[in-house]
Design a protein. Sequence first.
Length: 63
Amino acid sequence: MQASSREGDWVLDLFGGSGTTGAVAASLGRRFVLVDTSPDAVAVIRRRLAAAKVPARFVESAP
């Protein structure tokens, strides 16, 4: 991420999983969008970003 983007750039992860991409993006000054269809994964992402004190907005939609 550091080699392929600059501070302020957007990073997109369509398989958000555990939120690692978002946490790293925030630590490097990047903005990010994480997508995951698993409610369990979204719960993990919420916890991870909260623990890292990363401000995040979540948008959820039902199928």
